[in-house]
Design a protein around this ligand. Structure first.
Ligand code: ADP
Ligand code: MG
Length: 214
């Protein structure tokens, strides 16, 4: 069996990301990052299961940021989260990770904020959208959100989103996305409903799990 690399430097990541990780004092990959990042960089769809606090945000965040075309202000990645608080946390971590990359724009689209203001921000373009299902559906209906150049879809805390009854909204969002994309599914648990949604929205997904030792 081969061992997963533990240092970010062992991956072919953009040097600006590597320099920033050093500044952030992320000296080693967490286990889920060591397993998921190489698969993401290889272009695979993945289902990644690991408990809360294991570094899942940087696992998908680095994969997405590494593939972004900074000079193209079309939305290239969409991260769907169950709550506004989680979306804000993810957006903040992505901004920290992207700090040395010039002009990467990350917008949050969540309920509870004025939709008109969000629509105005969207007119100026963004590379990554982090949002909650209901508000994303609203923007798609109003045609203020254009996802025709999307290359990455991330479902973060997928198990919680299904528990909260967001499957229909998620399905409606995905119906608008290019078929040719990379779909990354992150979850703290892996039950039948996750396997079922993976079948619908992913292609040859690789299952990656970090077992809890306790
Ligand atoms: P999860 O989504 O799995 O719950 P997070 O992505 O929120 O976990 O990360 C949990 C914490 O670990 C965050 O404070 C984050 O900054 C930190 N972290 C993530 N990756 C690393 C790393 N490689 N080295 C050190 N800290 C990290
Ligand atoms: Mg998380």
């Amino acid at each position: 069996m081969s061992t997963a690399p533990m240092s970010f430097n062992q991956l072919s990541l953009n040097p600006l990301l590597l320099d920033n990780l050093q500044a952030m004092q992320y000296s080693e990959m967490t286990p889920i990052q060591a397993l998921a990042l190489p698969a993401i960089l290889a272009g695979n769809d993945i289902i990644a299961k690991a408990k809360t606090g294991s570094g899942k945000t940087a696992a998908f965040g680095l994969g997405v940021l590494n593939a972004l075309q900074g000079d193209n202000y079309a939305i290239q990645a969409l991260v769907i989260c169950p709550t506004r608080e989680l979306a804000e946390q993810v957006a903040n971590e992505l901004r920290r990770l992207a700090r040395l990359m010039s002009n990467i724009k990350i917008l949050t689209l969540c309920g509870g904020s004025p939709i008109a203001q969000q629509s105005h921000s969207l007119e100026h373009g963004a590379h990554i959208i982090v949002g909650t299902p209901g508000r994303l559906v609203d923007h798609l209906q109003k045609q203020t959100l254009k996802l025709n150049q999307l290359r990455f879809l991330v479902l973060d805390e997928a198990d919680r989103m299904l528990d909260m009854g967001f499957e229909e909204d998620i399905t409606r969002i995905i119906a608008q996305l290019p078929k040719q994309r990379q779909t990354l599914l992150f979850s703290a648990t892996y039950l039948e409903d996750i396997a079922k949604i993976s079948q619908k929205i992913q292609h040859n997904a690789e299952f990656i799990a970090v077992d809890e030792v306790n």
